[in-house]
Design a protein around this ligand. Structure first.
Ligand code: C2E
Ligand code: MG
Ligand code: MG
Ligand code: MG
Length: 289
């Protein structure tokens, strides 16, 4: 399909998410090769403040341009990377690359990097983060680590220690895909998050009549505000969704309504013109699509 975001539109080739063992073995081999030979890339999706409509930062998102299959989605290859342990190498590369790109951008811009549960359970993570920051010479406060609720599945002393060690470095922490996983509110008060990212499944359909998603978003926002955390609404695609999450008080928005993930060159270009599609207002941005 021409538009990869067009869920449920024209699927001439239906994406089959089940990967058989043979395909998986081959993908694993090719992923190893990509990691070793620079076949991975980071793309950057703008995160926009709902009130100022300025870009406050970017989320770094892995891209694998496969020689035969073309673009392979991270939701397909991250699980393979986790099973094979390749995630350690990929994750470290992503942190270093994101910090290097960040060093080229204005100091009021941040970058958010996804950290998988496996990386999070590695006691070496704080030193990997410290080294990436030092090597690129960027302020730790400009780096945000996105962590999912699944790190709380083995909620032990190690988890608490890791949070403390990361906060001691001075990086920001965001709780990604909030509401989709092991949702216990207990950890919210213990873990020092700076931001909650509201999963796009709550945004999707929130504007439909009778949807309860708006009520859920509103309660996440008030919880976050009470705990002095920011909120990013993920996956905002339409103007109606943008208006709604803004009205519900989300502090930030990320989604196709503003921009898809961009190459680092295009991300830099967005910053140097100072404006994204937002310049003309989201309405014209949408009309142009
Ligand atoms: P995520 O961290 O929740 O990232 C947000 C995903 O939503 C991205 O998918 C992004 O392209 C997509 N998205 C953003 N705006 C919209 C929108 O308006 N509509 C729709 N339909 N989608 C939108 P992507 O890039 O395919 O990444 C998928 C997942 O792969 C990420 O989810 C994250 O969990 C994982 N991932 C990506 N890069 C990394 C990485 O460097 N390390 C790790 N551990 N995981 C990564
Ligand atoms: Mg994320
Ligand atoms: Mg997310
Ligand atoms: Mg996700």
């Amino acid at each position: 399909a021409a538009k990869d975001g067009g869920r449920g539109r024209y699927h001439f080739y239906a994406p089959d998410l089940r990967i058989d063992a043979e395909e998986r073995r081959q993908l694993e081999e090719e992923l190893r090769d990509a990691v070793a030979n620079g076949g991975l890339e980071l793309y950057y999706q703008p995160v926009v403040h709902t009130v100022t409509e300025k870009i406050t930062g970017f989320e770094a998102l892995l891209r694998w341009n496969h020689p035969v299959q073309g673009f392979v989605s991270p939701s397909k290859f991250i699980p393979i990377a986790e099973d094979t342990g390749l995630i350690a190498t990929i994750g470290e590369w992503a942190l270093r690359t994101a910090c290097q790109d960040l060093a080229q951008w204005p100091t009021n811009v941040r970058v958010a990097v996804n950290v998988s549960p496996l990386q999070f359970s590695n006691p070496a993570l704080p030193s990997i983060v410290t080294n990436a920051l030092a090597h690129a010479q960027v302020d730790p406060a400009r780096l945000e680590l996105e962590i999912t609720e699944s790190v709380f599945l083995n909620d032990d002393e190690g988890t608490e220690q890791m949070f403390r060690a990361l906060k001691a470095i001075g990086v920001r922490l965001a709780l990604d895909d909030f509401g989709t996983g092991y949702s216990s509110l207990g950890y919210l008060k213990r873990a020092p998050f700076d931001k909650i990212k509201i999963d796009q499944s709550f945004v999707r359909g929130a504007t439909q009549p009778g949807s309860r998603n708006g009520a859920i978003i509103a309660s996440i926002v008030s919880l976050a505000e009470a705990l002095d955390m920011e909120t990013t609404a993920e996956g905002v695609e339409t103007l109606d969704e943008l208006d709604l999450v803004r009205m519900l008080g989300c502090s930030h928005v990320q989604g196709y309504i503003y921009e898809r993930p961009l190459s680092s060159q295009n991300a830099a270009a967005r910053l140097s013109t100072g404006l994204i599609a937002i310049a003309q207002g989201p309405r014209s941005a949408r009309a142009a699509r």
